[in-house]
Design a protein around this ligand. Sequence first.
Ligand code: GLN
Length: 197
Amino acid sequence: MHAGVIAVQGDVAEHAAAVRNAAAAHDAPAEVVAVRDAGLVPDCDVLLVPGGESTTISRLIRREGIAGEIREHVARGKPVLATCAGLIVCSRDANDDRVETLGVVDVAVDRNAFGRQKDSFETELPVAGLDDPFHAVFIRAPAIDEVGPEVETLASVDGRPVAVRDGPVVATAFHPELTADPRIHDLAFFPENEVVA
Ligand code: GLN
């Protein structure tokens, strides 16, 4: 499996480790490439869009010509895992003109929804498709305000969706790469398989 981590910002090494773990459990060794320039995404089977600062990420991926390649990847039905700022960048509407969204996940987000209440928090989160709760780490996390008709909500906190699936894209408001648990990467990249991790 050829995996690309959009590497303009964020937890690149952690995502690379998590995708390697998830893939190893399926006997599909992952080769991971850090994507900072155009031309790499078309060769990737799966993509990760990490957290960071959504305004910066959206500006850099556009400037480098990566934004259109991510859209094309999704249009071809290839899997993406977008986390935190990655969710904001991939959304349809970030409710903030400084973020040029990709519109590959049909949700509207509130960029710092949880951050306004509490900068970061951790919780044992029940997630659809996982047998046991996932230890979810939220850092200045967005919340999802509106969910399109084709979007499946996988998890919620206080009644607000924090993990969704829209076709080939799984997006989370939390940071699944910060725990040693590869089950969210597994859900995103091996949706047809039973979770084995
Ligand atoms: N709230 C941040 C933003 O708007 C995202 C925070 C994060 O990725 N941890 O970009």
